[in-house]
Design a protein around this ligand. Structure first.
Ligand code: 2NL
Length: 334
């Protein structure tokens, strides 16, 4: 079988036409390489066409040879052009996918702040730690003994009433003050002691602008040889001065607590008015006895106050419930 000149010319023309189209339609570098091997490789279509050249008359060979070269160079140029186009596109796509949009909004992670109850507790603890006191904490669930009995609180005292204290089914209760922490501390240590006991307390109370069923209290207690009411007054004066940031007039009014004798309420003159801010007194000898301290050797003073009341006075907050609502419009002011 012979291959005519015209036939070879037609095959070359078809190859050029089909291959040029196929190269133009390719959109990956892998496909492009397959096309190159298929058209221009050793066993590719161009080589196969040229194998037919052996049957041509000698004078016709140069024509097919140079036509084949033209086709080869044209396809090579198409392949090269397409390759650099696809490489460029690949780089471009990678650049786009890795682009960082610095104008995109960030992830919203607001910085928290300290709740006014906690910042008030922190300030109080700082002041008493500065005066040499140790911070003491204890359980919120207590026995009747640690909350009342050891604190010289008689069985018929109104605080022990079902109406005023949360009693648990097992006979335990939710502490009504942090005095119970101080009883535990005194049982475990010998005088001299100076402690400050902050913590959450509970009472059965109708909630209103100035009362909450769950509230925070801080108590201080000092027991040593020779402590007097003067030491108590001086301690409270220094504390209130630091708390209010100035030397405000203060007064002590006689009062009553089961666990202190004598007892007093402390008032501060603040913005033209007398405010009751805390209660205090000399530790009742019965309390010292209940923890095994000899009241003939040791005396002590104690004081207690509500944290919310202090925070409300210092920040001019009109309703205690604002401290528990978690309303950010309120809390973000502090
Ligand atoms: C108030 C008054 C007070 C105490 C708490 C106390 C503790 C022990 C012994 C004696 Cl272990 N006293 N604590 C004393 C006087 C007053 O709190 O108005 N609290 C909100």
């Amino acid at each position: 079988m012979t291959t005519s000149l015209n036939e070879l010319e037609a095959q070359l023309a078809t190859l050029k036409q089909v291959a040029t189209k196929a190269i133009a339609a390719t959109d990956t570098l892998e496909q492009l390489e397959q096309l190159r091997v298929g058209y221009l490789g050793k066993k590719g279509q161009l080589s196969q066409i040229l194998r037919g050249m052996g049957q041509l008359a000698a004078e016709d060979r140069p024509r097919i040879g140079s036509l084949a070269n033209v086709v080869k160079e044209s396809l090579q140029a198409s392949l090269d052009g397409k390759r650099s186009y696809l490489q460029e596109a690949q780089i471009q796509a990678q650049l786009e996918s890795e682009t960082l949009d610095v104008t995109m909004p960030g992830v919203y992670s607001p910085i928290g702040r300290v709740h006014p109850i906690n910042s008030t507790i922190d300030r109080v603890l700082d002041i008493f730690v500065g005066l040499g006191y140790t911070v003491a904490t204890g359980p919120e669930m207590e026995t009747d003994y640690y909350n009342f009995e050891a604190l010289n609180t008689p069985a018929d005292h109104p605080a022990r009433d079902m109406q005023d204290t949360f009693y648990l089914p097992d006979g335990n209760l939710l502490r009504t003050h942090t005095s119970s922490v101080q009883i535990h501390y005194m049982e475990d240590s010998e005088p001299p002691i100076r402690i400050v006991a902050p913590g959450r307390c509970y009472r059965r109370d109708t909630v209103d602008a100035t009362h909450a069923a769950v509230f925070y209290q801080i108590e201080i207690l000092a027991v040593d040889e020779g402590l007097t009411f003067t030491d108590l007054k001086g301690t409270i004066k220094v504390f209130l001065e630091e708390m209010f940031g100035e030397d405000l007039p203060i007064r002590f009014r006689a009062s009553y607590f089961p666990f202190t004798e004598p007892s007093a309420e402390v008032d501060v003159q603040w913005q033209g008015r007398w405010l009751e801010v805390m209660g205090c007194g000399m530790v009742d000898p019965n309390v010292l006895k209940s923890v095994g301290y000899d009241p003939e050797v040791y005396t002590g003073f104690a004081a207690g106050f509500g944290v919310e009341r202090f925070a409300m006075v210092l920040h001019q907050i009109d309703d205690i419930r604002r401290l528990y609502n978690s309303d950010l419009r309120f809390l973000q002011q502090f």
